[in-house]
Each structure stands twice: as structure tokens, then as C-alpha cells.
Ligand binder design. Structure first.
Ligand code: PLP
Length: 395
């Protein structure tokens, strides 16, 4: 028998996990060319050439024992220093290697930081809709994740509702901007107001409340939007970053945590992160990939490709009568289902070859997520199906 905790995780994770197999099943049923899979956030833009070139250079230049050997638990010092300097150039911060922990993607970083901060019985808060894995990271650390209800149509954080839910048990707020699944980018005013709430609550309760800023989509922003760098706004911020989306390297499993020196209990948080990396079984982030991102952390993906997909899909869907906030970041549209039960809506959509993720997976029923990190042609060919689906509800 699996543990009770795992049993709950299995049930909770079903909706998102199913997306990986559902696309294949539908393709077998209807034929490859008749299925439009918008289910998964797997980048379709290739990694910049510089990434493969760096791999070849490293293989030629660096000792094989180093490439394939264990690294420090917190990562290769030179890689951490190179990334710290890149962040300093971009954000005017003064990080050094000691503030960086290389991780197995953002998922690894989030698991590590939850393990470091959360005791049995502690709580973390986040804003629905949210990436459903957050539950697993927090539960795995012994805590409970509580969600502030969704705030449509803007989907900006409801700060009054957050404040009501903060208690002496609140260890962390997990914040994700640009957001999966809404594509909303939190502006500077929102982040400033959030920081003010947390500072007030820390004083009132005499506790430390950390923001865990989950930022795999930081670089994927459109219409001139900018995601404020949260450590500049709030002293207790830890950033979980990943190259999965920004350099299209999701399978390479590489990211990092930024633990600024200003955070409460800095020395223990940093030491704990190294230990958590080991005891969660990651041991260290992949050595070759640490070397690659040290060389490529200033490279950029083809954001314009996603932007064109975004505009094409957003404009078409809204013209067919779908309601959706215009996303300014990430590569998702979060669309109101055309009936209250979004799972029933997704089933009807499948009959048109359209695969989308039900809002339930993000704790926000009534909506569906459409991942537009797909070939342009897939979007173009899918539009008649979206139109026919909308028409079905009008008839
Ligand atoms: N956080 C969010 C909001 C995500 O959407 C994802 C992946 O889709 C992750 C974290 C995990 O990303 P990684 O591949 O870096 O572990």
C-alpha cells in the first residue's frame, strides 16, 4: 500500500499527469494531423545555437572527470558566480556565488526551498490558479498549501484575501509571475503592495514570512511588460529560476535558487538548501548543464515566436466569443469554459481534436488552459475547430 500522503498526491496530480498520455491516445484515435495538443507547457522553440555550441566546447575543453563528476551540493562555484554577475548587471543587485544554489530545474529549487523552510504543521500560501505541483512540494516538506481564491477577470493577487489568511503558521508565499496558467504579469505596484502586507504581518506576528518567487517564465513577456525583480521589493525573497522555458531546456533539468544575503537566517537557509539538494536525492544539479548555463545565461529564446502565437490565438478565440484576459507573459491562455463544468467542456473539445488542460489542475474550475508553445501551423489549422466548438454552444 502506498502512503496516505502519496495516495492524496496521486489523486491531486491526475489532471495534469493525464495530459502527457491523452495527446498520444487522441492521435491514435483521430490521426496525428487531426489532433491539436495544447495540453503541455513544453517549449517548441529550439534552444539557442549557443547552447549546443557550448556543450561541444565544454566536451572539447574540460576534463571528462569534471564534466561527469559530482559537483559541490550548491553547484560549481564559477557557474554560480557567472550567474550572480549576470543578475547583478540586469537588476543592479550585488549577489555573488554564495547567494546561488544550482538546482534540478525550478521544480528541484522549489522542493529544496520548501524542505528548508517548512516544518510539520506549517503553512504556505499561494494564489489560485496555480501550478498544481506546488501542493506536492509543500506536502513533501510536511506542510500544507492554502490557496487564496482566484481573482477574475484580472487574476492579479487578491491582497486583502491573502492578509486574512496569514497566521503565525505561515512560512511562505509562493508567487509565480509571469503566471502559469493565466499569463498575467504582476506589476510593480502589485508587488510593492504585497511587500507592504507581508512586512506588516511579520511585525504584527513576530515571524519571518518568505516570498518564494517561482520565475521560470521571467523572460517570456510581451507588449513591453516587465516582471519586477522581487528581491528589490521585499527583504525575505528567495527566487526559484529555471532555464526550462527561457532557453528551452526542460529535459536538461537546470535552474537555480537565489538566496539574497538580506533574508532572515541567511546562513542557515543557504546551508539548508545544500543539504536539501542532497537529501531530496538530487545531490547536485547536472554538472554539464551547470557549465552550459554559466556560459549561456545571457542568451535569449525567440520570444517573438511565442508572441505571434499568442496574438493569433487570442484574437481568433475572442472573435469566436471566448472570454480570456490578454496574457502578457508565459505561453498560456486561460480561457473561460463555455459551460460551468470545464471538464465536460474539455471532453467536447476533444471531439474537435482540441486538447486543453482543465482549470481544476490549477485549482480554478470553470476555465481551461491553452498552451500555445506549439508550431504556428498547429494554431492555424486548429482555428476552425475552436470556431466549431464555440458554435456548438451557440446552437
Ligand atoms: N513552476 C511553474 C509555474 C511551471 O510552469 C513549471 C513547469 O512547467 C515549473 C515550475 C517547473 O519547471 P522546471 O522544468 O524548471 O522544473
Amino acid at each position: 500500500m502506498v502512503s496516505k500522503k502519496m495516495k492524496e498526491m496521486i489523486e491531486r496530480s491526475a489532471a495534469l499527469g493525464a495530459m502527457f498520455t491523452e495527446g498520444k491516445r487522441l492521435k491514435e484515435l483521430y490521426g496525428e494531423e487531426n489532433v491539436f495538443d495544447f495540453g503541455i507547457g513544453n517549449p517548441n522553440v529550439k534552444a539557442p545555437d549557443a547552447v549546443n555550441e557550448a556543450i561541444v566546447e565544454i566536451l572539447r575543453e574540460v576534463d571528462s572527470l569534471q564534466i561527469h563528476g559530482y559537483t559541490d551540493g550548491s553547484g560549481i562555484p564559477a557557474a554560480r558566480q557567472a550567474i550572480a554577475e549576470s543578475l547583478n548587471r540586469r537588476f543592479g543587485t550585488s549577489f555573488s556565488a554564495k547567494n546561488l544554489i544550482m538546482t534540478v530545474g525550478a521544480a528541484g529549487g522549489l522542493s529544496v526551498i520548501c524542505k528548508v523552510l517548512i516544518d510539520e504543521g506549517d503553512e504556505a500560501l499561494t494564489f489560485a490558479p496555480y501550478f498544481g505541483e506546488y501542493d506536492n512540494y509543500v506536502i513533501n516538506a510536511g506542510g500544507t498549501l492554502l490557496a487564496v481564491p482566484p481573482n477574475p477577470p484580472s487574476f492579479l493577487p487578491d491582497l486583502a484575501a491573502l492578509e486574512e489568511r496569514i497566521t503565525a503558521k505561515t512560512k511562505a508565499i509562493i508567487l509565480n509571475s509571469p503566471n502559469n496558467p493565466t499569463g498575467v504579469v504582476y506589476d510593480a505596484e502589485t508587488i510593492g503592495a504585497l511587500a507592504a502586507v507581508l512586512e506588516r504581518k511579520e511585525k504584527e506576528l513576530g515571524t519571518s514570512i518568505y516570498i518564494i518567487a517561482d520565475e521560470p517564465y521571467r523572460e517570456l513577456v510581451y507588449d513591453g511588460a516587465e516582471a519586477p525583480y522581487i528581491p528589490l521589493y521585499y527583504h525575505n525573497t528567495i527566487v526559484a529560476y529555471s532555464f526550462s522555458k527561457s532557453l528551452s531546456l526542460p529535459g536538461d533539468r537546470i535552474g537555480y535558487l537565489v538566496i539574497p544575503s538580506e533574508v532572515d537566517d541567511f546562513a542557515d537557509v543557504a546551508a539548508g538548501a545544500e543539504i536539501a539538494n542532497r537529501c531530496l536525492g538530487f545531490v547536485n544539479a547536472p554538472a554539464l548543464q551547470q557549465m552550459v548555463v554559466a556560459r549561456c545565461c545571457d542568451e535569449q529564446t525567440d520570444v517573438a515566436y511565442y508572441d505571434k502565437n499568442r496574438l493569433l490565438l487570442y484574437e481568433a478565440l475572442t472573435s469566436y466569443g471566448y472570454a480570456c484576459a490578454k496574457p502578457q507573459g508565459a505561453f498560456y491562455l486561460f480561457v473561460k469554459a463555455l459551460e460551468p463544468d470545464e471538464e465536460a467542456f474539455c471532453e467536447k473539445a476533444k471531439k474537435h481534436g482540441l486538447l486543453m488542460t482543465p482549470g481544476k489542475a490549477f485549482r480554478c474550475p470553470g476555465y481551461v488552459r491553452i498552451a500555445y508553445c506549439v508550431a504556428r501551423e498547429t494554431i492555424e489549422r486548429s482555428l476552425p475547430s475552436f470556431q466549431a466548438l464555440a458554435q456548438e454552444y451557440k446552437n
